[in-house]
Write a protein that binds this ligand. Structure first.
Ligand code: FNR
Length: 182
């Protein structure tokens, strides 16, 4: 049985390494995970004035997350935190239906620097611990891929053995976790 996963790409950049990382995960683990890539690019700016009647982009984003069995966040780091565009999408998920609530979720992230988006992921964990979001988050299994530009090739293949071995472990752990908590 494959798990239907909405993979939220935290970057709105065409050449995003975090998107490439999810393309890799989607292909390599296709027997365990049925990944739908969910873009934040068309999600309108949140305002409490329109939260009860979300515009098209925000509504489509919310429904993709709501209809999935699980969620994967792929997170870049902007100024020691998550990108504003991702925070905006998360704000939409916290209102009108609580799309993320209790959904089995795991997080990966990468950057070209050495820290692999660790500070952004720490913030993300704190943000989604809000009761209006609160997914069932896979404990541990913190995936910080630094120097990602040296570890993934043009075909979106991870070329670093330690990184691909670690991802194997994390995905196995997530599948076990999903089957326990779903
Ligand atoms: C960055 N980047 C960055 N990297 C980091 O390790 N710590 C940081 O605080 C920041 N800050 C930051 C701010 C802004 C505005 C930009 C545009 C970039 C670098 C960033 O993490 C890197 O470009 C990643 O490759 C972005 O992710 P994607 O788009 O490749 O998925």
């Amino acid at each position: 049985m494959t798990i239907k996963v909405a993979a939220i790409i935290g970057s709105n950049r065409k050449g995003s390494y975090n998107l490439k990382l999810v393309e890799y995960i989607k292909k390599r683990y296709s027997e365990q995970l049925n990944i739908q890539i969910v873009s934040i690019n068309d999600v309108e700016m949140f305002s409490a004035d329109i939260e009860e009647n979300p515009p098209k982009g925000a509504m489509e984003f919310k429904m993709k997350v709501r209809n999935a069995e699980a969620v994967l966040f792929a997170v870049p780091e902007y100024n020691f935190s998550i990108p504003g565009a991702l925070k905006n999408a998360i704000d939409w998920m916290s209102r009108g239906g609580h799309d993320l609530k209790d959904k089995p979720t795991f997080i990966v992230g990468s950057s070209m620097g050495v820290l692999g988006s660790v500070r952004a992921q720490m913030h993300l964990r704190e943000i989604i611990s809000n009761p209006t979001l609160q997914p069932k988050l896979l404990p541990g299994n913190e995936v910080y891929i630094g120097a990602i530009h040296t570890k993934i090739n043009e075909q979106n293949e991870i070329t670093d053995q330690a990184t691909s071995d670690f991802l194997d472990q994390v995905v196995n752990n997530f599948v076990e976790f999903y089957n326990k908590v779903k």
